[in-house]
Design a protein around this ligand. Structure first.
Ligand code: AMP
Ligand code: MG
Length: 511
């Protein structure tokens, strides 16, 4: 075949990409190119996200989109870099990790002026690849789509997926798998591990440059403050406390909360082996490599605090010239974390219980009520999602579905009586013109999802996608992106995974 038969790629429009990270912190990244792939095929594109970011993709055909979102062609203003970072993995410090299979192409501003990184994952080896091949497999990339869109639909901050392209190339893991490249959108890729990298390898000036960049990117109001580095620690801690509380409220298990997977932006990130807990048990662990349950559901708030303590350590020389004073000031922030987390968690529990934000507040009583409810769920490993959802029925006086979840549970009646008394006290304090029961049920159904990505559904969808059928993936994605809607069309997505399936179910990092 002569060269004239090779179709010329359509020249791509500029994306309006900026490169504030690479310009401010050139010592923390390496310019690098994605590795071309054989036969790219677009398997997912996030049209609402394309629109929100205002990307100029209109008029590009599918082949061009596939070539673009695997890195075979790049927008003229892309300047891809691999970022350096370190991290504590399962408690052990690794001084150099970095983007071993990822590249940040640049930053876009969305229609509201918010800055986001556009990044590839699975785009080939980089100087940080160590022993890895730099590749990603199709199923774990589609998994990231399902879970990030589910979290987003639940109102939980998360990185999102713009596109997934199948490469047509094999990826060698325990099995030979179809390869893929994913394009991620993230408020930034500043990680706790980025700070750990600079502390391990850089000097004070580099640390200050990184912290100032982080402030400018995520907390610009702190810019002029004399104690801005302590305030940065507080701001990151506040975002993490809120994030982890919101995971806990929906039963999300991140799975690999290493410090390199904790973002300064407060978004969920790098949740490769994540899954939603089904039957309630704080010891729930899915990740095949988490042998000791370090990242179990119930450990997540404590691990977040541990990671933030590692972050605080990196900031000490900036917080105060006097080392003892720096430690005292940073420790005060870390020690306040459990209380901060608890406050966010209680707010979420109160909403899930159908209690309005109005007076009279009874925090200690509400905390006990919430904890006792979870203890009831734990006693019989009741399905977490359905229990909350059916409690909304009970607010409207319909208890059949709820009671069926707690067969022979002697504690349920007593707990329901306390909850009803609590609701009645609130209603007496704020009389409404509506019937309080149905109104409360409606409120509860807006915060207690009907649909989460059920593990058997996720596995089924990914197995079908690997075999070439994207139908189950697309239907599951539709279901998880409207988690509060209860109707005939999505009822099969609300059903818990079979018990036998859950006993064997493990997740993998997808590396
Ligand atoms: P993760 O578990 O995805 O957060 O990745 C942890 C570290 O391993 C990061 O530095 C990744 O870039 C690197 N890594 C994971 N998978 C691969 C791979 N297939 N090739 C090269 N590096 C990888
Ligand atoms: Mg990671």
């Amino acid at each position: 075949m002569s060269a004239t038969h090779i179709p010329k790629p359509i020249p791509l429009p500029a994306f309006g990409l900026q490169h504030s990270y690479a310009e401010a912190l050139p010592q923390l990244c390496v310019p690098w190119r994605p590795q071309p792939v054989a036969t790219p095929r677009l398997v997912f594109i996030n049209r609402p996200l394309v629109a929100a970011l205002g990307l100029p993709l209109a008029g590009l055909d599918e082949a061009t989109l596939a070539a673009l979102f695997c890195g075979n062609v790049l927008p003229p203003d892309a300047r891809p870099v691999a970022q350096a970072y370190a991290g504590h993995q399962f408690g052990h410090f690794v001084p150099q990790l970095g983007d071993g299979r990822a590249l940040v192409l640049g930053e876009v501003l969305d229609r509201a002026g918010r800055r986001y990184d556009l990044a590839f994952k699975g785009s080939g080896r980089t100087p940080f690849s160590r022993r890895g091949d730099g590749k990603a497999a199709l199923a774990p990339m589609l998994r990231e789509v399902i879970f990030s869109e589910a979290l987003h639909a639940l109102g939980i901050p998360t990185t999102r997926v713009l596109a997934v392209v199948a490469t047509g190339e094999p990826v060698y893991r325990e099995r030979v798998l179809p390869g893929a490249v994913l394009t991620r959108v993230a408020a930034s890729h500043l990680r706790v591990g980025t700070f750990e990298y600079v502390r391990a390898h850089g000097g004070l000036d580099e640390l200050r440059a990184l912290a100032d960049y982080a402030i400018q990117r995520h907390d610009p109001p702190l810019g002029g403050c004399p104690d801005r580095y302590l305030r940065l620690l507080e701001a990151v801690a506040a975002r993490q406390a809120r994030l982890v509380a919101s995971w806990m409220a929906v039963g999300f298990v991140h799975g690999v909360m290493n410090t390199d997977n904790m973002s300064l932006s407060g978004e969920s990130i790098d949740f490769g082996p994540c899954a939603f807990m089904e039957g309630f048990d704080p010891a729930t662990v899915f990740s095949s490599i988490d042998e000791w349950g370090r990242y179990a559901y119930g450990n997540q708030p404590g691990i977040a605090a541990w990671n933030l303590a590692r972050f605080a350590e990196t900031l000490l020389p900036l917080i105060d010239d006097d080392p003892d004073r720096a430690v005292a000031r940073a420790s005060a922030v870390i020690e306040a974390l459990p209380q901060r987390y608890r406050a966010h968690w209680l707010e979420l529990m109160r909403a899930k219980l159908g209690l309005a934000e109005a007076a009279p507040r009874q925090d200690a009583q509400d905390e006990q009520l919430s904890q006792d409810w979870l203890d009831l769920l734990h006693a019989q490993q009741v399905d977490h999602t359905l229990a909350w959802r059916y409690l909304a029925d009970a607010a409207a006086g319909e208890e059949v579905r709820l009671r069926a979840l707690f067969p022979g549970q002697p504690g349920l009646d007593g707990w329901l009586a306390r909850w009803r008394a609590r609701c009645a006290a609130e209603d007496a304090a704020r009389p409404t013109t509506h019937a309080p029961g149905p109104e409360r049920a409606k409120r509860m159904r807006r915060v207690n999802p009907w649909i989460i990505p059920r593990n058997h559904r996720v596995e089924e969808a990914l197995a079908a996608a690997e075999a070439g059928d994207l139908g189950p993936f697309e239907r599951l994605l539709t279901a998880v992106t409207r988690p509060y809607d209860e109707d005939a069309a999505n009822i099969s997505y609300a059903e818990p995974s079979p018990a036998a399936f859950m006993r064997e179910f493990r997740t993998f990092c997808g590396t």
